[in-house]
Design a binder for this molecule. Structure first.
Ligand code: HEM
Length: 433
């Protein structure tokens, strides 16, 4: 049953109905225009901040539905209370996954304490500022190489030729994946996050689930082989550190390492790629902000990067599940209820951000939740992502200061990832370095 757009029509403070004109469970809504999406969420935040939706169509058995959390305060509160709103029953998908998925897709993002804490402590050592510093010169060299490959052309597909290459290479290099396997890894990670998009997965015949499982299994296999090799032949890569060292007497099993690798590819690759692509779109649409940023790159970069992540919100939502009958800022929920934390909407909440749809590279403070809100699952790769965005924009602005998008970006068909698949760009050509 749906109610009308004005707001809930019953006296129940939290009715299990949804507004028909903001169809969040319908994939077509997510392929529609960004303006429509912005208006829809603004209406929800203003009149009906936590509607209940049926689950989207899926080859997996349909569940009872989900609450959509659209306000910043509700997203922050749910993230802060992991004992009431857990991640262990599913975080990146709405239907519950069958047990065979856990083998490849069951890493820390889908775990609760104490197991989450134990594993996070071990993998965190790959993401300390010291480790990131160590990789910084590699990230910088990769950014230079990527820009060098396009600099003479005057035009390219910014996503596939520039934005997608950096995060993929950074993760593969960190983990010690040989260059010959990077393309293989890229294709499989596209399948995992683009499973509803016909460019990556054939949509007829219901083969999505098989495609997802195959991609996960192939990546896990690659990592198992690598881990086996690094146990006996350690280098300074993260795989060697994770399989050989111990934290408080514990290290990762090969299977834990394999599913962590699949998570890193999913969590660190598409997200950063999309932040970079949206970044170029935003500076193209806001020439005054580009001018300002170019006028003093070092000064404006820290706030510009946060503003890009806020407006891009590359991860649109994460799921939590209520572990008991409770309430969320006064709205009752029952044990087992699923909730989607819409970061994309929270990041445009007019109760928190002045001129929320504006792109302001000096915005400070900027309490966005693009990397998640404060809580145990806050993005482990946030520092790394910030460095990647910074170093790539530094290289682009130094060598191609007039780079701009042309035409409409081709967006990914997904409610979960705010993705751009292809986006043409132009610039004044320059000689290679
Ligand atoms: C702009 C880029 C990125 C964005 C927007 C982003 C966003 C997020 C979000 C929203 C979460 C979930 C937070 C929650 O459930 O409370 C997350 C978790 C995570 N991210 Fe990122 N991320 C980015 C880049 C990266 C990178 C580069 C890596 C690593 C290479 C990474 C690794 C992870 C991991 C391992 C988790 C799971 C943490 C846990 O469950 O304890 N992310 N990220």
């Amino acid at each position: 049953m749906t109610a009308d757009a004005a707001g809930p029509s019953t006296t129940d403070p939290n009715p299990r109905t949804w507004p028909a004109d903001v169809p969040l469970a319908d994939l077509d809504f997510w392929s529609g225009s960004l303006e429509e999406r912005e208006q829809g969420f603004a209406r929800l935040r203003g009149t009906w901040p936590m509607p209940y939706y049926p689950e989207p169509e899926s080859p997996l058995p349909a569940g009872p539905g989900f609450w959509a959390l659209t306000r910043h305060a509700d997203v922050a509160e749910a993230s802060r209370r992991p004992e009431d709103f857990c991640s262990g029953q599913g975080a990146t998908h709405i239907p519950d996954f069958p047990p065979e998925f856990a083998e490849f897709f069951g890493s820390i993002i889908e775990m609760d304490d104490p197991r989450h804490q134990r594993l996070r402590r071990i993998v965190s050592r790959a993401f300390t500022p010291r480790m990131i510093k160590k990789f910084e010169s590699d990230v910088d060299a990769t950014a230079k190489e990527i820009v060098d490959d396009v600099v003479e052309r005057g035009a390219c597909d910014f996503v596939t030729d520039v934005a997608a290459r950096l995060p993929l290479k950074v993760i593969c290099d960190m983990m010690g994946v040989p260059t010959k396997d990077h393309r293989f890894v890229f294709d499989r990670s596209n399948v995992i996050l683009g499973v509803a998009d016909p460019e990556y997965v054939e949509q007829e015949g219901g083969g999505h689930i098989e495609a997802l499982l195959t991609a996960g299994a192939e990546l896990a296999e690659l990592m198992r082989d690598l881990a086996g090799f690094r146990r006996d032949n350690p280098t300074d890569d993260v795989t060697s550190a994770l399989v050989n060292a111990e934290v408080d007497g514990e290290s990762l099993t090969t299977d834990e390492l394999a599913s962590f690798f699949v998570l890193l590819l999913a969590a660190g690759n598409e997200t950063t790629r999309n932040a970079i692509s949206h970044g170029l779109r935003l500076v193209t649409e806001h020439p005054d902000q580009r001018e300002l940023w170019l006028s003093n790159f070092e000064r404006y970069t820290p706030t510009a990067v946060e503003e890009i992540v806020r407006l891009a919100s590359p991860v649109v939502w994460m799921r939590r599940t209520a572990t008991r009958d409770t309430d969320l800022n006064g709205k009752p929920v029952r044990e087992g209820d699923k909730m989607l934390l819409f970061y994309w909407s929270a990041n445009r909440d007019e109760a928190v951000f002045t001129d929320p749809l504006g792109f302001d590279i000096t915005r400070d403070p900027n309490p966005h939740v693009g990397f998640g809100a404060r809580g145990p699952h806050f993005c482990l790769g946030a520092h790394l992502a910030r460095r990647e965005i910074t170093l790539l924009f530094r290289e682009l602005f130094e060598r191609l200061p007039d780079i701009r998008t042309v035409g409409e970006p081709q967006r990914l068909r997904s409610s979960f990832i705010n993705g751009i698949k292809h986006m043409n760009c132009e610039f004044t050509p320059r000689p290679r370095a």
